[in-house]
Structures are given as C-alpha cells and as structure tokens.
Design a protein around this ligand. Sequence first.
Ligand SMILES: [Cu+2]
Length: 231
Amino acid sequence: MFNFFQGYNLLFASSLFSSYMDWFHAFNCSLLLGVLVFVTLLFFYLIISIYYFKSKKIEYQFGELLCSVFPTFILLMQMVPSLSLLYYYGLMNLDSSLTVKVTGHQWYWSYEFSDIPGLEFDSYMKSLDQLELSEPRLLEVDNRCVVPCDTNIRFCITSADVIHAWTLSTLSIKLDAMSGILSTVCCTFPVVGVFYGQCSEICGANHSFMPIALEVTLVDNFKSWCFGNIE
Ligand SMILES: [Cu+2]
C-alpha cells in the first residue's frame, strides 16, 4: 500500500529528508484510505440497520467513546512521524561543511560559494540552439550549481529584485528568495546526479525561463570543478 502511494503521488525522492517526507505522505494517504473505508462501511451498516432492524435497541455510549478514542489514536499516529520530521529538519540546520549563496535575479540565478573565494557565477537557461543531446528543454542551464555528495550543504537564498523561489521538488527544497532576507536550508545529498527545478514564485515576464540545475558529484570531482571555475 505504501509503495502504491509513493509511486503515484510524488516525484522520486532523491535525498534522505525527501524520502522521509515521501514516506510520511504515503502513510497519511493510507490512514485516509482506512478512514474512508471505515466510514463508508459504517454508513451502510446504519442504513441497513434503520430499514431492517427497526426494533433493535442500540446503546450509543460505547459508540461515542469509540468515536473520540479512535480519531485521537489516528492523530497520535500522525503526530509521532510529523514531529520527528520537524525536529530532524531543525537538526540538519545545526552545522554545515559548505555554504552556497543563491541569489535570484530577473531572470536568472547566481551562485556564490562563500567558503571558496572567487567562485561565483551566473546561471542562465540554455536556449533551444544551445541544447545538446539528452539535455531537457527549458530546464538545462549554462552553468550548473555543482555540489559534493554526502556533505551537509547550507544554501542561503536571497533575491536581488523581486520575490523568486528556489525549488527542487525531488529534494523537497522550496524556499522563497526575497531581497533583504536570507532564507537558509541545509541538505545532504546521498545520490549523485543532476536535479532540475524551476522558480516557483511568479516573478515577471521570464518567470518560466529561469530553471535551476543542481549537479551532485563526488567530492574529488567537485574539487576539480572548483579549481576550474575560480576567477
Ligand atoms: Cu523567479
């Protein structure tokens, strides 16, 4: 049942945190399905009992007790994973090995690696004639943001003009980029690969054309990429 909901509702989760969120989503869906089945059965039972067992006397006190205990039990079952997810999210923000400052502009993103002096660049969407084979249209950028895997990375997100949102749905990251405010999210990526996202705050004419491409590589590859890109 869990696999059914995980497969059909959310995108494939690519980080530890997002797979936990994915599981929690599937768990909630299963609870909902259980409640739906239970209430439907109860409904039909009541209809039948009204028409066929008119003389039957029903004592409701026990039923009322069940109606308060059962929902409380469901809420408790939701509370435990929900709170642990919340605290896990808070714990992730405690320390990080690398800080990336992400700035939203009209209409591109710029990245600045605060720990590595001279490493900052702009990231524009690739147009149709710049695309190479297997690169997705409207999602590929000229300069990908490259980060190492198995490292806790802090993303500080801000904007130079209007409100944007830095969103990577498979990693469960979605943060508003607002000028004057530094929003922070920390994330560890156990999977190597390229993850695509888009700006999720309507920010003007080219809102659809400022995609995000995050490339997670091995630490050694990241180091050589850094040396190649320092200005
Ligand atoms: Cu935007």
